[in-house]
Write a protein that binds this ligand. Structure first.
Ligand code: FE2
Ligand code: FE2
Length: 230
């Protein structure tokens, strides 16, 4: 696998982990009991730490890369919504029933753990970076276990097959997100030369503008045509 692909995976993982940290913090703020709030808070803290670890790995892997390449891996808060890691309609806990929310946590922690095992393979299990991701995997399994515990206590009638359905639904969603982003990347390849061409044409047009004509000093602004663009 080429280096750009590994960087792309790390980049998406940072967003996913940061999104989880925010979701857990939102859940903490809405929790009805202090023990549940504490659980969500600890989970959120773990997710923030995971984000930090993946950011560190990405920054190590991108050292020495030229600035224009590096721009592709810039992380912004807006990216969380643009990429769909946090919905623009609000946090999950605001839009889901408690049962569905816990099922979501239960399945996503397991999916995260399995996708991290692929990252460990790419980084190498004997490297320091690989070991730090393995530690994260332990956290994700712990989160999964806690969600399961909660389920068994509060929703004992929920059947294992129902949880499998949740898991299937979430894996399809994850695959859909990956498919969407690979297509967006392809479209960007096609449209980028067009954007550049438009920018070039507009810059040439702007160069030919004589700005002296638009001098406003000592002029009564009320006399200027209201249709004027400057
Ligand atoms: Fe995580
Ligand atoms: Fe987690």
């Amino acid at each position: 696998m080429d280096n750009t692909k590994i960087l792309g995976i790390l980049y998406e993982t940072i967003y996913a982990e940061h999104g989880s940290a925010l979701e857990m913090l939102a859940a903490c703020k809405q929790a009805k009991s202090s023990s549940l709030a504490f659980g969500y808070f600890e989970h959120s803290k773990d997710e923030y730490n995971h984000t930090k670890t993946f950011r560190k790995i990405l920054s190590n892997k991108t050292s020495g890369i030229n600035t224009s390449e590096l721009r592709r891996f810039r992380i912004t808060p807006q990216g969380l919504i643009r990429k769909g890691y946090v919905s623009q309609n609000g946090y999950l806990v605001e839009n889901m029933s408690l049962k569905n929310f816990i099922a979501y946590v239960y399945t996503n922690e397991l999916l995260a753990e399995s996708s991290f095992s692929k990252i460990v393979k790419l980084l190498g299990a004997n490297t320091e970076e690989g070991r730090s991701v393995m530690k994260i995997m332990e956290d994700e399994l712990r989160h999964h276990g806690k969600a399961k515990e909660y389920f068994l206590r509060y929703f004992p009638f929920l059947q294992p097959w129902q949880l499998s359905l949740y898991k299937l639904r979430e894996s399809i969603k994850n695959k859909g997100r990956k498919f969407y982003h690979s297509n967006i990347a392809l479209l960007e390849h096609i449209f980028y030369p067009l954007y550049s061409l438009f920018a070039l044409i507009i810059s040439r047009l702007l160069k030919s503008l004589n700005l002296k004509e638009f001098k406003r000093s000592n002029k009564n602004l009320m006399d200027i045509n209201y249709k004027s663009i400057l």
